[in-house]
Write a protein that binds this ligand. Sequence first.
Ligand code: ADP
Ligand code: ADP
Length: 235
Amino acid sequence: EALIRFENVRKTYTTHHGGSVAALEDVNLAIKQGSILGVIGRSGAGKSTLIRLVNGLEKPDSGQIIVDSIDISRLAEKDLRKVRRSIGMIFQHFNLLSSRTVFGNIALPLEIGGLRKSEIQDRVEHLLTLVGLTDKRNHYPAELSGGQKQRVGIARALATRPKVLLCDEATSALDPETTASILQLLASINRDLGVTILLITHEMAVIRAIAHEIAVLDAGRIVEQGDAYDLFTRP
Ligand code: ADP
Ligand code: ADP
């Protein structure tokens, strides 16, 4: 059963010269509930566009994007907001608020969601434990290492208990050792919480480390797609 499905998706951008750039062409993709899909491609391949279509920041020119049984490609902004609640996202540069502590950053989406204070306390407490940062709760982002910042980003993304976590070059700013530990954390979140993960990256090592399935994006088209085990062991 697919949690996210792209059907014949085409997305073009209009440049300021009035020309058009095809970012995605004829994309068909299914992300199984509970799986980790890694999308790899070089810069300009269309990876960010893919992610922006999943969370409804962009609309396709044609085709359908089904998220949790809803075709989001034609949804109005008001209804999109509901769908976005089932989507968490982490970023290459973490996107934390520098004026808020670790606790405050993780609590933010819950405050926006209007949860009771005691519920927020509870959830943030669990999340701090999940990502291993209970002793950093009162620290500010500037006092953290890159890996710790990404752990805060992960906790914040999970706060609303999303079904899917979108990872946009989430380890590209980290050294190899820190990358490995963040990927391990993501794998355990997938395994233990059942969160489906869509991960985009330009690094094969990242895909190799945790993806169950792989799609290779090249110049806006998926040129290879399949089971990670098969793709990596095929002669
Ligand atoms: P990636 O994330 O793989 O680097 P992108 O999805 O950012 O790829 O970009 C795919 C293509 O679309 C590139 O040719 C890029 O220049 C173009 N593109 C992306 N965003 C815009 C935009 N807002 N306006 C015009 N062209 C864009
Ligand atoms: P409760 O609602 O009583 O806390 P749950 O069974 O919903 O119990 O979850 C147990 C704990 O696991 C929660 O407190 C929560 O912090 C954590 N949890 C559950 N689902 C997620 C999720 N998707 N992301 C992060 N943490 C989660």
